[in-house]
Design a protein around this ligand. Structure first.
Ligand SMILES: NC(=O)c1ccc[n+]([C@@H]2O[C@H](COP(=O)([O-])OP(=O)(O)OC[C@H]3O[C@@H](n4cnc5c(N)ncnc54)[C@H](OP(=O)(O)O)[C@@H]3O)[C@@H](O)[C@H]2O)c1
Length: 344
């Protein structure tokens, strides 16, 4: 029977939070399977967490072994991919698919596949992309702004998974396009100072190549939407800006430096684990702008992903290739995750 839910990377940093939340929602252990390349990592994880779930050795860069997917109804992907071959193979097998990747080139490639309403294939799932897409769609629907700024604040004290750290520093030096500029721009060049919440005031953010803006700019072609990013500690954000000005960001792409950064960012070393997102028209006095905030970005990413996965798994109707807003509204997420909202 095709009724199991397979989490690829279900033993990784975000994957394990998705797994826990699905168990909390009442999905039984015998419906859940995790997959990855390392049998040792999976068995250690299952033993340590005292779980009675199945695990399968799968490398997504190898062709699919159909036998491994015969009982699978839905795949959750917790690792970045470059090509859509794997997803296309799953679609051909009529297996639903939810992807938490933050890689916009890959999400765009999925969106360009022929629409197929016999399965659900959902991307832009998590905090950013994910919550930021829902918040922006809500803000645009209510206020029809001429332009949108998405500000994202992450805590320097939060521990991050290996894939997430890689994603951030692999991309840091890549110029990218925004609607307001004719030439590609570099990360950390356009500065803003943002009051996220009464406790997180005057935080610096800079333009950053998050995927949400690219997907949203395709969805709302007439409204320039730009994403800015900063840390809870201004000194960290400033340092990245100055490294950029000195053409030093390429330093962060070096193997040895990434190795050290991974160690630092996987541990909770300095700062807090607060996170916040803010959506506005980019002006300080925007009375309609609002922030959503909480602590532990990994936890909220996993929670939001589990809401999407649960809904796709339980609902009969197939949505085809869709973004998070094809499955959930902002209110669904705010109500179910108890995120705090701040309006000024
Ligand atoms: N949307 C958002 O807001 C958001 C926020 C944060 C992170 N993310 C995304 O979440 C994903 C996971 O991040 P993370 O920090 O949880 O990563 P992580 O801790 O490094 O976990 C990655 C998992 O994927 C498995 N894996 C790696 N390569 C694989 C392969 N070739 N085939 C099969 N499994 C493989 C790993 O297990 P093995 O080593 O056993 O293979 C591991 O369990 C990333 O794609 C990141 O971009 C999204």
């Amino acid at each position: 029977m095709k009724n199991k839910l397979l989490i690829i990377g279900g033993h990784g940093a975000v994957g394990r939070i998705i797994l826990k939340n699905l168990l909390d929602k009442g999905i039984s252990e015998n419906q859940l399977v995790i997959a990855g390349r390392s049998l040792d990592k999976m068995t250690n994880f299952i033993e340590k967490e005292k779980l009675r779930i199945d695990y399968r050795q799968i490398d997504i860069h190898e062709p699919i072994k159909k036998a491994m997917f015969e009982d699978i109804q839905l795949v959750v992907m917790c690792i970045d991919q470059k090509e859509t071959t794997f997803v296309e193979e799953l679609m051909a097998l009529k297996i639903d698919y939810v992807d938490i990747t933050a890689n916009s080139e890959f999400i765009k490639k999925i969106n360009q596949l022929p629409q197929n309403k016999t399965v659900s294939v959902v991307t832009s799932v998590g905090l950013a992309p994910g919550l930021t897409n829902l918040a922006t769609a809500d803000y645009i629907k209510r206020y029809q702004p001429k332009t949108v700024a998405i500000d994202i604040l992450l805590g320097t004290g939060e521990s991050h998974g290996e894939a997430a750290v890689h994603w951030m520093f692999d991309n840091i030096n890549q110029p990218y396009h925004i609607k307001q500029a004719s030439q590609p721009i570099k990360n950390f060049t356009l500065k803003r100072v943002v009051d996220f919440t009464p406790k997180l005031k005057q935080r610096e953010t800079y333009n950053f190549n998050f995927s949400d803006q690219h997907i949203l700019n395709e969805q709302y072609p007439k409204i320039p939407i730009t994403t800015y990013f900063g840390f809870d500690m201004n000194i960290m954000t400033k340092s990245l800006h100055w490294l950029n000005r000195m053409n030093g960001l390429s330093f962060l792409e070096k193997k040895q430096v990434i190795h050290i950064l991974k160690k630092v960012m996987k541990k909770e070393m300095i700062g807090t684990d607060a996170f916040a997102i803010r959506v506005s028209n980019g002006k300080e006095d925007d009375k309609n702008g609002f922030s959503l905030y909480g602590s532990n970005e990994k936890e909220i990413t996993g929670k939001i992903a589990s809401l999407v996965v649960y809904r796709v798994y339980k609902q009969q109707e197939k949505v085809g290739i869709a973004s998070i807003d094809g499955i959930l509204t902002l209110d669904d997420v705010v109500n179910e995750t108890h995120l705090h909202k701040f309006i000024n």
